[in-house]
Design a protein around this ligand. Structure first.
Ligand code: PXG
Length: 405
């Protein structure tokens, strides 16, 4: 057994169930294990590695900034943060941003912004603010965020939970309308649910939610940590419906697959509720993160990664549809953000992933029935062809085993 695996199992908390592969190097769409075996990465660290592993431009930006200035805290201005946030705001059509590190921190920032805006701008009575969220949501792992998950396993024995959240059916705008009260400050939603299993809501859903939010003076906050920055074939998944959220949460790919960089963006009226002392982070907005983030956004635009994702994602889904297997019950996707639903009566998504791994393709199941395919956006058509062939053969193998037993 590999010592990397043994040591991690002994010393790292067992809060994950990783596939048994010990990775030691990455370049572009490939990663290698400690024995030198190559794998095509069809997971990209849950969309964080959209630019590919060790992207040379990002590594250069990182090295250059690491040698110049890394961390000074927000007690001082730096020459890197302003230009980074300006670029992020211009690209997304927002006025201002609050930089953080991990996705969950940016979600927490959005929750705080929404509540304070609710009291100070909308006039909600003290401590009465409500935020509406959706069934199947995933927004992170902090105590407050798990409080509004509808996944009981995420909450079990972590109570008391934070009050002030209401859960409505994802994809059902009527349910949102019914749930809104004068105390509703915000509706927090993923335009496509990632951890929920690549769940795409009905066409027109977000647009209708936007209208309802406007009609009732409720902030529409989009969590695009996973769907943003080209993953679904547009810069933002909200762009598919021409929706501009009042608050936007970015993370993952914003750090170019190199370091944690996240932010909450909003219009000025919302962001102005933050005054000195109300929120912060030692590392949020540090010059190293800002330099890498700026380069990540620049590459995204210059190398047209969103357009690439749209084109190649459509190609991937077309090719997957050609696989004739009873194990596939549905294929869903937007851009290079694709889920293959496996019929649980005929096979498990985990087994599909394990068999793919043995063939040099890395993916991960979500919700036991979905095989997720989200390669770096720099993947090529030929690499996708190879991946589809592996999936076809694995499903065929599993079907043969099933029929023989
Ligand atoms: N929002 C969405 C939509 C996400 O997918 C987060 C927020 C939280 O981001 P951070 O950086 O705090 O993990 C995510 C994260 C896990 C896990 O087990 C999380 C994600 C994907 C896969 C596994 O915590 N997405």
């Amino acid at each position: 057994m590999s010592s990397g695996l043994e040591l991690e199992n002994q010393y790292c908390a067992h809060n994950y169930h990783p596939l048994p592969v010990v990775l030691s190097r990455g370049e572009g769409v490939y990663v290698w294990d400690e024995n030198g075996k190559q794998y095509l990465d069809m997971m990209s660290a849950y969309s964080a590695v959209s630019h590919g592993h060790a992207n040379p431009r990002l590594v250069a930006a990182l090295k250059n900034q690491a040698e110049t200035l890394c961390i000074v805290s927000r007690a001082f201005y730096t020459d890197k943060l302003g230009p980074f946030l300006k670029l992020a705001c211009e690209l997304t059509g927002q006025d201002m941003a609050l930089p953080m590190n991990t996705g969950a921190e940016a979600v927490e920032t959005a929750v705080k912004a929404a509540r304070r805006w609710g009291y100070e701008s909308k006039g909600i009575p003290a401590d009465q603010a409500e935020i509406i969220v959706c069934t199947g949501n995933f927004h992170g792992r902090t105590t407050t965020i798990i409080s509004f998950s509808d996944e009981k396993e995420y909450q079990k024995n972590f109570g008391p939970l934070t009050p002030g959240f209401k859960v409505v059916q994802y994809g059902d705008a009527d349910a949102l309308e019914k749930a809104i009260t004068p105390n509703t400050a915000a509706f927090l939603v993923e335009p496509i649910q990632g951890e929920g299993g690549i769940v795409i809501p009905p066409a027109g859903y977000l647009k209708r939610c936007q209208q309802l939010c406007r009609d009732h003076n409720v902030l529409l906050i989009a969590d695009e940590i996973q769907t943003g920055l080209g993953r679904t074939g547009r810069l933002l998944a909200c762009d598919h419906e021409g929706v501009k959220p009042d608050g936007l949460i970015l993370g993952k790919a914003l750090g170019g697959g190199i370091m944690p960089v996240s932010m909450f963006l909003a219009k000025k009226e919302v962001m102005d509720i933050f005054v000195p002392g109300t929120h912060g982070s030692t590392f949020g907005g540090n010059p190293l993160a800002a330099a890498v983030g700026t380069e990540a956004l620049t590459i995204l635009v210059e190398e047209q990664l969103a357009e690439r994702s749209a084109e190649l994602g459509q190609y991937l889904v077309e090719q997957l549809h050609r696989i004739d297997s009873p194990l596939i019950s549905e294929i869903r996707g937007a851009g290079l953000f694709v889920g293959i639903e496996i019929d649980p009566a005929l096979g498990s998504a985990r087994e599909v992933c394990e068999r793919l791994m043995a063939r040099g393709l890395l993916s991960k199941e979500t919700h036991e029935t979905v095989v997720r395919l989200a390669p770096p956006l720099v993947v090529t058509r030929e690499q996708l062809d190879w991946a589809v062939e592996q999936i076809r053969e694995v499903l065929q193998e599993m079907d043969e085993v099933r029929l023989a037993s």
